[in-house]
Design a protein around this ligand. Sequence first.
Ligand code: C2E
Ligand code: CA
Ligand code: CA
Ligand code: CA
Length: 279
Amino acid sequence: AKAQGKDTFCFFTPEMDQETVRKFTMESYLRQALSKDQLSLHYQSIVSASSGDVVGAEALLRWHCPEYGQVPPDQFIPLAEESGLIVTIGDWVLETACLQAAEWMATACVPFKIAVNVSYPQFRDGHIVSTVEKVLKKSGLPAQCLELELTERLLMEDERGCAEALKKLSAMGVQLSIDDFGTGFSALNYLQRFPVNTLKIDRSFVAELDCSKESPALISAIIQMAHALGIEVVGEGVETRQQVNFLTLQTCDYLQGYHFARPVPADQFQLQFSESCYL
Ligand code: C2E
Ligand code: CA
Ligand code: CA
Ligand code: CA
């Protein structure tokens, strides 16, 4: 039964395995998550490698499901993408993150950028462009303070469909970044075709810094290539002082990871941020 694709007819038969049943059940719960107020955002600091200042945060979605408890995004985001629920959920994420960032901006003494993960279905029919326009207007957040994190897959899958939306967003001043850089498709020509501002080096490369010979070479090559193209670089999943030192030495622009801060709820982030701000 497991060999069946995700498009198979949807009713339960004895041969359907537990995982499939769990998936359908979870999807029906996810369908109600927004209206039942079970979604929230956590924020993880992004720091400047040169100054150590918090210069922004990545918004990370959290779901507390009454049935399954805290469900990891790696489990429910794919489900939300397959079912199309990610469009409504993504709108909520964008609005919540921008309203929150605008509030922090109002009290902060440093420039601040909010990074929001977006998925391919949000780009259909240019949906995301109208959402971003609406949300920036409502929140008063300057477009330059919003950065959308895209996957390499998104840029390869439907290049034409996304290209127009990405150009419009970029023309508005919205920043675009490539998430998990280095793990997706290996063709790099999309870096020429899309207005990319930032690359985020996947945390698997950073994690292997201390134990593989290739990883330092790859990271240093990625940073040099990005800088040659006028693109800034974030090192993700930074957990140790040695990783900080290496990335800083390689002129990586920004760092993110447990070494600095874990993703935390908004009120906790505000405390961290204002402390780093008024010191
Ligand atoms: P991501 O965009 O690559 O987000 C970074 C993930 O790495 C987060 O996992 C974060 O908690 C984790 N992380 C940060 N620093 C460290 C570190 O030092 N060490 C380790 N081991 N991990 C670290 P999280 O929050 O579980 O999110 C997983 C993925 O779910 C995200 O990966 C992103 O692809 C997706 N996601 C989360 N929120 C959203 C959303 O609002 N929309 C969409 N479309 N996807 C989202
Ligand atoms: Ca991300
Ligand atoms: Ca990432
Ligand atoms: Ca990821």
